[in-house]
Every structure is written in C-alpha cells, then in structure tokens.
Design a protein. Sequence first.
Length: 176
Amino acid sequence: MNPGNVLWILAVNFAVLSIFAVGGANVAIPEMHRLAVEVMHWMTDRQFADTYAMAQITPGPNVIIVALIGYHVAGVLGGLVAIAAMTGPTCLLAFAVTRIWDRFKGARWRAAIQSGLVPVTLGLMAASAFVVTRAADHSLMAFAVTAATATIAYFTRINPLWAFAIAGAIGLAGFL
C-alpha cells in the first residue's frame, strides 16, 4: 500500500473518531481495534492489546494509543498524523462549543445534555474494556488475571499498579 494512502487512511479515520470520542480516546478503543485489527489488518489482537497496555503505563494522556497505532502502521510520520487527526478536530470543536456553552449556564437543556452524556460515556468505556479484554485474554488463566485485577481496582484502595505488576510477573513467568 502506498505510504501516502496509509497516512490518509490514518488521518481520515482518526479525525472522524475524534468527533465521536465523547469521554476521551479510551471510549473509541472498540473502533480503533476494528480499524487496526479487523478492517486494515495492521496488527493482530495481541499487538493491539500490547499497544493498549503500553499506552496505559506511559505517563500522560490516554490518547497516546493513537500515536502508537500510527507509529506501528507508518513510523514516526504515521504517529504524528494519527495524533494530529485525533486531537485537532476535537480541539476546534471544543473551542467552538465552549464559547456557546458558556452563554447558557442556567439553561435546563444544558443540564439535560450533560446528564445524558454520562451514561453514553460509561457505556463507551465499558465497550472499550470488553474489546481490550477480548483481545488480550486468550486463555482461562489470562481471563482470571484480568478479572482479579479489575476486582482489586474496583473494590479496594490498593494502587492498581501493584495488580498490574503482579499480572506482569505472572506473564513473565510464562503462566499466560
């Protein structure tokens, strides 16, 4: 495939995703997975899961996954194109909407929209968790580690990084 075409595909797809990623880049994970793994075959499920894990452990915003996908597909230029496409349209839209949004601070419809976006964002994030789990867990042991990590993170005050470290050690020991 022509490198220019790959950059164009990255730019168009991530620009469209940026508009629909209400709640951040993590809510667009299912569509990123569909594009990178199922449609374009740029990466395998395992590569996508590893890319997601790398994006989550690096400091900074969770949108890093976009740059890593772009980098995997087309090197440094691909990473730059993907991140610019994912952040550019959203920044412009946020700027325009914020100017209008501030004018209607007391409007009932504004509160209704904000309340309505909460379950949408939560649903999109749940779909993202499902897709990443499905891509990463190809054995009963892997699923058990994921379930245990999620349970620890949800029900305790223990820093999730400890659970991730233990899960990484289990994987490094060859049990996954």
